[in-house]
Design a protein around this ligand. Structure first.
Ligand SMILES: O=C(O)c1ccccc1NCC(=O)[C@H](O)[C@H](O)COP(=O)(O)O
Length: 271
C-alpha cells in the first residue's frame, strides 16, 4: 500500500479478498493486441477511443446486470468500442477470469483485465492484452510492470494524483490511467484527470477512467488530453430496469466528437 490515506470500507474489503486470491501455476505467454493501434484505428474512423467495460456490478452500482459477457462484448464492439475491459474480480464486481477468456475469444479488439492484482503470480490466471496495475496498491510497481511485460501484457498503470503519476513514470509505465474515482470516499470528480493529465509527458498514452457518463463528459476529458476513455457504469446502465441497449450507449459516447445536435453540456447549454 503506497498511501496512508484511509480507504472506503468497500475498497478495504476488495483488497483483503485480492490478497487471498491464488495465482496461476506457470507464467502466461500472451500475444497481445496493441491498445495504441486500436486507439489509432478509432481516431482514423472518427470514433472517440472508448474502452468499454463489462462490469456486472460494483460497490457503487445500483443492482447487478446478469447479461452474458460475450453478448455485451459483441454489442460494445458493434457500438464502436476501440477496446474492452472485463472485471475479473469475483466478490465485489461479480466478474471472473472465465468471462474474460470467453470475451477475448469472441472479439478482435484488445481486452483489459480489470482487477486488483497485488503480486506477480496473479498475472498468470488468464490471458489478456492489457493488465491493470493500481499504483496505490502495488508495493513493487516497477517489478510488476516488468513482470507483466515479460508475459506479453501491456501494463496499464492507474493513478489518482501527481505523486502516483511520478511513481508510474518511475516504474516505466507507458499507458497510464487517471482514475477520477477517489478510492478513499468513492466519489467521482472529472477535475482529477484535468489536474493530473498536464503533468504527463507527451509520449505517454493517457486514459481517463471513471465517472464519464455523457458525450459532454467525453469532450471534457478529450479537451484535457485523454487519448482514450475507460467507461463502465454509463454503458452498463446499472440503475435501469429491463433491457439496455449497450451498443447504442457506446455509440453515443464514441460519437461524442461528431454527433452533437441537440445535446446539452454539463452547464446545461446546447453543445
Ligand atoms: O466502480 C466502483 O464502484 C468501484 C468501487 C471501488 C473500487 C473501484 C471501483 N471501480 C473500478 C473502476 O476503475 C471502474 O470500474 C472504471 O474506471 C469504470 O468506471 P465507471 O465508468 O465510473 O463505471
Amino acid at each position: 500500500m503506497n498511501s496512508d490515506e484511509a480507504l472506503a470500507p468497500a475498497v478495504e474489503s476488495i483488497l483483503e479478498a485480492a490478497a487471498e486470491r491464488p495465482g496461476g501455476d506457470e507464467p502466461i505467454d500472451v500475444a497481445a493486441r496493441s491498445l495504441r493501434d486500436a486507439i489509432e484505428r478509432a481516431e482514423s474512423d472518427g470514433r472517440v477511443p472508448v474502452i468499454a467495460e463489462i462490469k456486472p456490478t460494483s460497490p457503487t452500482a445500483d443492482g447487478t446486470r446478469e447479461a452474458d459477457p460475450v453478448e455485451l462484448a459483441e454489442a460494445m464492439v458493434d457500438g464502436g468500442a476501440a477496446a474492452l475491459s472485463v472485471l475479473t474480480e469475483p466478490t465485489h464486481f461479480d466478474g471472473s477470469p472465465e468471462a474474460l477468456r470467453r470475451v477475448r475469444e469472441a472479439v478482435e479488439v484488445p481486452v483489459l483485465r480489470k482487477d486488483f492484482l497485488c503480486r506477480e503470480a496473479q498475472l498468470d490466471v488468464v490471458e489478456a492484452d492489457l493488465a491493470l496495475l493500481i499504483a496505490r496498491f502495488v508495493d513493487d510497481l516497477e517489478g510488476l510492470v516488468a513482470a507483466a511485460r515479460e508475459r506479453g501484457f501491456q501494463p496499464l498503470v492507474e493513478v489518482h494524483d501527481a505523486a502516483e503519476l511520478e511513481a508510474a513514470l518511475g516504474a516505466g509505465a507507458e499507458l497510464i490511467g487517471v482514475n477520477n474515482r477517489d478510492l478513499g470516499r468513492l466519489e467521482v470528480d472529472l477535475a482529477t484527470f484535468e489536474s493530473v493529465a498536464p503533468r504527463a509527458p507527451e509520449d505517454v498514452t493517457l486514459i481517463a477512467e471513471s465517472g464519464v457518463s455523457t458525450p459532454a463528459d467525453v469532450r471534457r476529458m478529450r479537451a484535457a488530453g485523454a487519448d482514450a476513455l475507460l467507461i463502465g457504469s454509463a454503458i452498463m446502465d446499472h440503475g435501469t430496469c429491463g433491457e439496455v441497449d449497450v451498443a447504442a450507449n457506446v455509440q453515443e459516447l464514441t460519437g461524442a466528437e461528431t454527433e452533437r445536435a441537440g445535446e446539452t453540456t454539463n452547464d446545461g447549454e446546447n453543445a
